[in-house]
Write a protein of this length. Structure first.
Length: 173
């Protein structure tokens, strides 16, 4: 390469950063405030998949905006485009532990003829919080006699969550 050409290649292996001043290639590592494009598979400990985000319809997030659990964000820092990472979150790092106070018993008669609740069914129920009415999801746990037990916990509460993440793109702002 002639000395008078303005092509300088700098490869910093320590940070996985590749920069060509001629503008042809620039790879960055994930840092605070990076905007990243990812695909992932989320699994429970029993192998059940709870969420899939594929490469054809990836997720774009900016670290620090609380779009991902903090433990997952921190685990992705330092990675670059093309990297893959498997991260396991405890219940407290994901959707929290299960709370018994979020179980409620409702009379089967209160559903009327509108719906016939069945275990596993997710209902949209109206609750009052601080004087305001809100629609919230609740999972039917069981029906005994004429009592329906519903659970307002998030379906993933109390579970360890494993994310297998592929880094598709990294933009440092």
């Amino acid at each position: 390469m002639p000395a008078n050409r303005a092509m300088v290649n700098l490869i910093a292996l320590k940070t996985h950063m590749v920069l060509r001043i001629n503008g042809k290639m620039k790879m960055s590592t994930i840092t605070d405030n990076s905007t990243i494009t990812i695909s992932y598979i989320g699994k429970l400990d029993n192998g059940e998949i709870f969420k899939t985000v594929d490469k054809d319809n990836p997720l774009v997030v900016t670290l620090g905006n609380h779009d991902l659990p903090p433990t997952l964000e921190n685990a992705l820092k330092g990675l670059s485009e093309g990297d893959t990472k498997k991260v396991r979150l405890t219940p407290d790092e994901g959707y929290g532990g299960r709370q018994k106070m979020l179980l409620q018993e409702i009379s089967l008669k209160s559903f009327g003829d509108k719906i016939t609740p069945k275990p596993g069914m997710i209902l949209s129920l109206k609750i009052k919080k601080e004087g305001q009415a809100h629609q919230v999801p609740a999972t039917v746990i069981e029906i005994k006699n004429d009592i329906v037990t519903v659970d307002y916990n998030h379906p993933l509460a109390g579970h360890h969550l494993t994310y297998e993440v592929d880094i598709l793109k990294v933009e440092n702002n």
